[in-house]
Design a binder for this molecule. Structure first.
Ligand code: FEO
Length: 171
């Protein structure tokens, strides 16, 4: 049985994962409108994965005797300046998510809830992958600079890429 504190912390994380899914959906749509079809495919997939992260939490909360709260969503930012701006925003967002996850893990330890602590380790690992992937993509974009041919290849490479590679499917 979840304590009220853990239930609230997990529901906070449900909301964060849902907002992440919305944020990446907005980025995917922006990329699609720019003709960056590979980037759009990558971001649509990333958005789907964030929804799976949310669902995993919803199911865990309910299975453990808590009550999952399905949150209202704010409209995400839509004014992106460039593809680099997209991935910088994505990294900034994931860094915030990591801090929030660390906060949940900390609450688990304080509450001596080792089951939830164990469950949250999947999210801890996922964050390492997601932040690393975002940094790699930003480094590539910095190398490409304003080279249109380079951007074309970058976009094409993202077409088949999973997001992120090590924990794909969000399972
Ligand atoms: Fe589910 Fe990107 O954190």
């Amino acid at each position: 049985m979840l304590s009220k504190k853990i239930e609230a912390a997990l529901n906070g994380q449900v909301s964060i994962e849902a907002s992440s899914s919305q944020a990446y959906l907005a980025m995917a749509s922006w990329a699609e409108n720019q003709g960056l079809s590979g980037t759009a495919a990558f971001l649509y997939k990333h958005s789907d994965e964030e929804r799976l992260h949310m669902l995993k939490l919803v199911k865990f909360i309910n299975e453990r005797g808590g009550r999952a709260v399905i949150p209202a969503l704010k409209q995400p930012g839509t004014n992106f300046k460039s593809i680099t701006d997209i991935f910088q925003s994505l990294l900034a967002h994931e860094t915030k998510v990591t801090n929030e996850i660390n906060g949940v893990v900390d609450t688990c330890l304080k509450e001596k809830d080792y089951t939830t602590h164990n469950f949250m380790q999947w999210y801890v690992s996922e964050q390492i992958e997601e932040e690393a992937l975002a940094r790699t993509l930003i480094d590539k974009l910095n190398l490409i600079g304003s080279d249109k041919g380079g951007l074309y290849l970058f976009d094409r490479d993202l077409q088949g890429a999973s997001a992120p590679p090590a924990t794909k499917g969000g399972q």
